[in-house]
Design a protein around this ligand. Structure first.
Ligand SMILES: Cc1ncc(C[n+]2csc(CCOP(=O)(O)OP(=O)(O)O)c2C)c(N)n1
Ligand SMILES: [Mg+2]
Length: 378
């Protein structure tokens, strides 16, 4: 009788398999939680000039201020739907900094800041939040196209759309990619796997992000899946897949830049899981996080939020200080004030227009409703 080989033993050793899965995805980290560079080589590899670093922190501050103002405006009933972004500034702003105007952004509902830094005016984002049809026009103030799809509400659907666009870019031999964002909850959707798998099979130009912010509304990451890393789902589709400290802007940027370059040069898609945290309610629609998580947990994550370490890094480099930050915060808030006024002055959407915009060819019942509302001037 012949003994089974070591390999066979491992194949049948389920405990060993689980331990292997746990260990396979070390977290990419360039800064420590205090903003000190812990990997000088990786920092160099990111090739970020002083101007780049300042641009990234400015985008992060813009996002934080938008978050603060949007939350307040929503409470006053002046903003529509808003999904808070505080805590995710590195995952959103440092990642998107690695992409170009020609790249196609496929955002989820929490990814409004990425569209804004691509040139979408804030007043249009406000209209989008209010369900106004002009909020679905993705152009700059000058009318130039902004390569972004509308923020997707259907969890995970943007991965399928990204796969299609990514294949189109590949067929047209464009040096461009589609980059899509979903959340930890999104990875449990069929669309997530289907999009990634299709893009992988055709080696399409896509970069897929999973912002693992710890929660899908009230469902914690631990109940989302027993997989030890969400990035492992990318491996199942044969994609280079990595886990990044999602509160470390430099690590997120480095991973995104290298993923973009890989995907744009025809090698196929990459999946990036950013480990971050949602510091605020799921949305402004009345969610109370204290019903499903503790204050200690939230406070602990506020201490690890990305702006703290980015600010520290830039101060240590002598390129940022409190005065510069105050000045920029004032500038951003003046811009937001102006943009709110523009949004408020846009003609309110009529009910009849809303119905007209629902289908290209309205059905009989819809035509009757349109005629009824129009006759009432609505
Ligand atoms: C297909 C689908 N199912 C359910 C919902 C309801 N829903 C809205 S947000 C959300 C949680 C998503 O969590 P996650 O993907 O982690 O993203 P996050 O909100 O944390 O950014 C759910 C289930 C939806 N919008 N679409
Ligand atoms: Mg989530």
């Amino acid at each position: 009788m012949v003994d089974i080989t070591t390999t066979n033993k491992q194949v049948l050793d389920f405990k060993y398999q689980l331990a292997e899965q746990d260990e396979h995805f070390p977290t990419l980290k360039v800064l420590d939680n205090e903003g000190k560079i812990i990997d000088k080589e990786a920092f160099k590899r990111a090739e970020l000039s002083d101007d780049d670093l300042v641009n990234i922190i400015k985008r992060m501050i813009l996002s934080r201020q938008l978050d603060i103002r949007s939350t307040k405006l929503a409470k006053q009933g002046r903003f529509g739907f808003f999904a808070p972004t505080a805590g995710q500034e590195a995952s959103q702003m440092a990642s998107s900094y690695a992409f170009n105007d020609d790249d196609w952004l496929m955002p989820g509902y929490r990814d409004i800041p990425q569209i804004i830094v691509k040139g979408w005016p804030i007043w249009k984002a406000i209209l989008w939040s209010r369900g106004h049809v002009l909020g679905n026009v993705f152009t700059t103030e000058d009318g130039n196209p902004v390569n972004s799809w509308m923020p997707q509400i259907i969890i995970g659907a943007q991965y399928v759309e990204a796969a299609g666009i990514a294949l189109g870019l590949k067929k047209r031999q464009k040096n461009a990619v589609a980059y899509a964002y979903t959340g930890d909850g999104g990875t449990s959707q069929g669309d997530f796997y289907e999009g990634m798998n299709f893009a992988g099979a055709y080696k399409a130009n896509a970069v897929f992000f999973v912002q693992n912010n710890g929660y899908a509304i009230s469902t914690p990451r631990s109940l989302q899946t027993v997989a030890s890393h969400l990035a492992a789902k990318g491996w199942a589709a044969g994609l280079p897949s990595l886990v990044v400290d999602g509160n470390d802007p430099i690590a997120v940027y480095l991973a995104s830049k290298e993923a973009r370059s890989w995907a744009a040069s025809g090698h196929g898609p990459v999946l990036i899981e950013t480990l971050t945290n949602r510091l605020e309610p799921h949305s402004t629609a009345g969610d109370d996080p204290l019903r499903y998580r503790t204050k200690d947990d939230i406070d602990g994550w506020w201490k690890k939020e990305p702006l703290l370490r980015m600010r520290k890094l830039l101060q240590d480099q002598g390129i940022w200080n409190e005065e510069k930050e105050d000045e920029y915060v004032t500038e951003v808030n003046a811009l937001i004030d102006e943009q709110i006024k523009i949004a408020d002055n846009v003609e309110k959407q009529k009910i009849s227009n809303f119905i007209k915009n629902t289908l290209e060819v309205p059905g009989q019942a819809m035509n009757e409703q349109i005629a009824k509302f129009e006759s009432e001037g609505k």
